[in-house]
Ligand binder design. Structure first.
Ligand code: MSP
Length: 682
């Protein structure tokens, strides 16, 4: 009943935790899938593109509690914020699943029931470490000083009677599957990580938690809820209508599960395929793990090393460049896919994006189009001339580029596909310089027939390459692609172009081209001040007033760069610093997780502090004479987070806590009431 040569192409993003707004990290995964989905549509496939939200996690419940909003109301607001953001980014998913929906809950419970029946799920007592932040259990060997070594997140000791999944039974079957399917896990180096992980041997996994009023209850045992990861991965199957809709297998198995590296090894390359094996269901055909956007080498996220909100960033690009809003969104889509190394991590900066906007879009592509169309208007009044033979070298290069683009996307290297396409753009800009059409036109006007023929050949080659590039970029920049094709007078229906249209065919003689309309005006100001970066960030979902509906914070419409009112007169004798100087100082609220004296010193304490959800670091502080380690653990402090790290006593201190200096004694500064970790102090 399960067809392997299905006509449909099924692609999935991870489902996003609704404990904060989307940012360019979550957007990268969704956007990549959108590009791949559009590419498959171009190739004539019926595409099923699933995304959604992961709502049953303890950390989601905690985030709701922190802001005093009922959990369901909280998740509704954020699920809407994700959906709106994807619409703003021109994402064309075919389904959006929420794990609080009945179709998901029922599928999870059915899956669980079947595993109990098959003997792969059994009851036992679990004692061990659990990280709420990672929603993951850790072994003793994976925990040091109350911190999970892998993620740097705090863990708590739990002991409960629970249900277990016989994951240990799947070590060898998974290794066998990897060996028999060399391109199942990509990229290659991440596959090797999975193999090493499996070779350590899998242990059975505790897959339930005590029911604290949030999560999917274990069927027949309401005192427990199903472990959120066990529940979450089933979304991919639930969305097909598995166990309810007789046609569910039309989409199954997925062609690719696409995700960031942190959820690749344990969950998508191990747990999920083992769960499917346990029920005898076909495995996804490919699983791909991309790297992270990092800021200062650390994973960028919603707090701490904060990444911009995608919609705000697109608006900012529109404001800076003067591009129309939908084109600025397309530019952002291009820039994120082009800047990211689909493999290792990539350092994120807005300035890098702006720079690439200028080089790739305003200059390279913009120049090719504008020069081509302007010359067409000037030399041929915009009417495509007859040409007998196209330039064979350019035709050959276009063919190579087409193949290179296909090859890059077949292994999910979205940046490389663009890089390959831009080889053609660069070649044509050079070609125009070399062939000097203006000189050919002059000679042609003076009656030289060879020059007239050459001019037609050069300009039709430029037109054809522009058309091919516009089709190649359609999955990345659907709106811009249409706008370019329209300027080229290329007759196409309202639907996106098809892959066949990337082949060389030439615009028919007589086609009316133009008028030229620059789509991506050059950005003049490339530097981005810290306060703007801060305003672009994906803020925590804290409503300004308690109990305000969380969906209000999804509003990313506040204009960036709102004019600053005139400053009051300044006292020239005062020792002022400007607000831009203060904006350079990154102060955040952090929590002390652990404290211990530094051996052989009387003054220094070594503190482990959590500066954001994803940022745990070590700082050294000279407060040992005023505070004992026990007094400090659990306290909130104000941390200077962007102080240049420095080594003292062989230990690197990654920041500084703030204290009042009272006659030489340190008195710690802390917020008036408990606030979310990572909150900015300004
Ligand atoms: N809910 C789980 C996934 C369950 S799938 C059955 C989860 N959610 S998440 O919201 O924390 O992250 C989802 C995805 O966002 C990550 O896999 C990753 O693709 C993406 N990113 C989050 N931060 C990122 C960066 N800093 N950089 C790139 N992508 C990042 O994990």
């Amino acid at each position: 009943m399960i067809r392997d040569s299905k006509q449909s192409y099924y692609i999935t993003t991870p489902i996003y935790y609704v404990n904060g707004l989307p940012h360019v990290g979550s957007a990268l995964t969704t956007l990549s899938c959108d590009v791949l989905a559009r590419y498959q549509k171009m190739k004539g496939k019926h595409v099923v593109f699933l995304t959604g939200t992961d709502e049953n996690a303890t950390k989601v419940q905690q985030a709701a509690e922190k802001v005093g909003v009922p959990t369901m109301e909280f998740v509704d607001g954020l699920a809407t914020a994700f959906q709106e953001c994807w619409t703003d980014l021109h994402i064309e998913h075919t389904d959006f699943i929420r794990t609080t929906e009945q179709r998901h809950v029922q599928a999870v419970q059915e899956f669980f029931r079947l595993l109990v029946e098959s003997g792969y799920v059994y009851k036992d007592t679990y004692e061990g470490w659990y990280s709420v932040s990672d929603e993951t259990f850790f072994r003793d060997s994976e925990v040091k000083d109350g911190i999970a070594v892998e993620s740097g997140k705090p863990v708590v000791r739990v002991q409960e009677e629970n249900y277990f999944f016989k994951l240990s039974a799947f070590t060898q079957p998974l290794l066998d599957h990897i060996e028999a399917n060399p391109s199942w896990l990509l990229p290659e180096f991440r596959k090797n990580e999975v193999v090493s992980f499996l070779k350590e041997g899998l242990r059975d996994m505790c897959i339930t938690r005590t029911n604290k009023g949030w999560g999917i209850p274990v069927p027949g045992d309401e005192s427990k809820v199903i472990y959120v990861w066990f529940d979450a991965v089933i979304n991919y199957l639930a969305a097909t209508g598995w166990h309810e809709n007789p046609n569910w297998a039309e989409a199954w198995p997925p062609d690719v599960h696409f995700m960031g590296k942190e959820i690749f090894v344990r969950f998508h390359a191990t747990l999920w395929p083992a769960m499917l094996m346990a029920l005898g269901l076909p495995l996804p055909k490919q699983v791909y793990g991309h790297g992270w956007w990092t800021i200062g080498g650390q994973k960028g996220g919603k707090t701490g090393a904060s990444l911009p909100h995608p919609t705000r960033l697109a608006k900012f690009i529109a404001e800076r460049s003067g591009a129309e809003a939908p084109l600025a969104v397309d530019a952002l889509r291009y820039l994120l896919c082009r800047e990211m190394n689909f493999g290792p991590d990539t350092e994120f900066t807005v300035e890098n994006l702006l720079r690439r906007f200028n080089t790739d879009l305003a200059n390279d592509m913009g120049n090719l189009l504008n020069r081509t169309i302007n010359m067409m208007v000037k030399f041929y009044e915009g009417i495509v001339p007859e040409v007998t033979t196209p330039d064979a070298d350019i035709v050959a290069l276009a063919g190579e580029v087409r193949a290179g683009y296909e090859q890059a996307l077949s292994v999910f290297r979205l940046n490389e596909a663009l890089e390959v396409a831009w080889r053609l753009v660069a070649r044509m800009n050079k070609y125009i310089d070399e062939k000097a059409p203006w000189a050919l036109s002059k000679a042609a006007k003076a009656g030289d027939a060879a020059s007239a023929e050459a001019l037609a050949q050069v300009l039709t080659a430029c037109l054809e390459v522009s058309r091919i590039v516009a089709v190649l970029v359609a999955p990345y920049m659907p709106v811009a692609s249409k706008a370019i094709l329209a300027q080229l007078g290329y007759a196409h229906s309202d639907t996106a172009p098809l892959w066949e249209e990337t082949a060389w065919k030439g615009l028919p003689a007589g086609t009316k081209v133009g008028p030229p309309q620059p789509l991506f005006p050059r950005i003049q100001e490339l530097t981005v001040a810290d306060d703007i970066l801060f305003a672009l960030g994906s803020a925590n979902p804290e409503p300004t007033e308690k109990k305000e509906n969380v969906s209000k914070v999804s509003d990313a419409t506040t204009p960036i760069g709102t004019p600053v009112p005139p400053s009051p007169p300044v006292d020239p004798t005062a020792d002022y610093i400007g607000i831009e100087d203060f904006a350079k100082v990154k102060l955040v609220v952090a929590e002390i997780l652990a404290a211990e004296p530094v051996p052989n010193t009387t003054k220094l304490l070594r503190l482990t502090v959590q500066a954001s959800e994803d940022d745990t670091r070590t700082i050294l502080s000279g407060i040992a004479e005023y505070y004992t380690p026990e007094e400090l653990v659990g306290r909130q402090i104000v941390l200077l987070a962007n102080l240049q790290p420095r080594k003292m006593r062989g230990i690197e201190s990654q920041g500084m806590l703030l204290a009042a200096d009272v006659e030489g004694k340190a008195i710690l500064l802390q917020p008036d009431k408990s606030v979310p970790i990572g909150s900015r102090v300004r």
